[in-house]
Design a binder for this molecule. Structure first.
Ligand SMILES: [Zn+2]
Length: 184
């Protein structure tokens, strides 16, 4: 199994010593991308990992907080953006797992990669947006809507300005009887 060691925690001094506890913090480089959809943590991104390891009778109880940067594509306007991302998880790593889905102490270490990956993937937004009021793309033109343009249409427009707006919006107006430049 080709698994990475960067998420491993040495627990040699905690084995079979219930009540003992260690807290550690470190910064690592994400070796393999986390997440597959519009939002993900790409390989190479820095991840701050704060871990609390508690020795209990059944094994090692791990509480962890991961802080990193999410890279995403806005589900409305398709803009690429990044934003801070944080997730917590807590898992028991058992000496002798009683269930198939339980995590296990491997020799003198626990491997945080599987629970961390699960927690991150669950917490990543399924439909990320670059900002809460992102106006998205115009359904007709496919162009990015201007937030300002969307706002103007929702306010009362002075009728005189409305007439002018119609005039400007109609480029042929007033030129109907004039010959086109190329018809001599
Ligand atoms: Zn957007």
């Amino acid at each position: 199994m080709n698994h990475t060691r960067v998420y491993q925690e040495n627990i040699r001094d905690l084995i079979n010593r219930p009540g003992e506890m260690r807290e550690r913090e470190r910064t690592l480089e994400v070796p393999d991308q986390l997440g597959e959809a519009l939002a993900r943590i790409p390989a190479g991104e820095q991840l701050d990992l704060a871990v609390r390891l508690e020795s209990v009778h059944e094994g090692i109880l791990v509480s962890a907080t991961a802080r990193t940067t999410m890279h995403a594509e806005c589900g409305r306007c398709l803009t690429q953006f990044t934003e801070p991302f944080e997730v917590d998880f807590q898992e028991l790593f058992a000496y002798t797992p009683s269930e198939a889905d339980e995590y296990e102490v491997h020799g003198d270490h626990v491997d945080l990669e599987p629970p961390l990956r699960d927690a991150v993937v669950l917490a990543l937004p399924f439909q990320p947006v670059c900002r809460p009021d992102c106006p998205g793309l115009d359904p007709e033109s496919g162009e990015l809507r201007e937030a300002g343009a969307a706002a103007v249409s929702s306010v009362d427009v002075d009728p005189r300005w409305a007439m002018l707006a119609n005039f400007v919006a109609d480029p042929d107006r007033g030129e109907g009887e004039q010959p086109a430049p190329d018809s001599k």
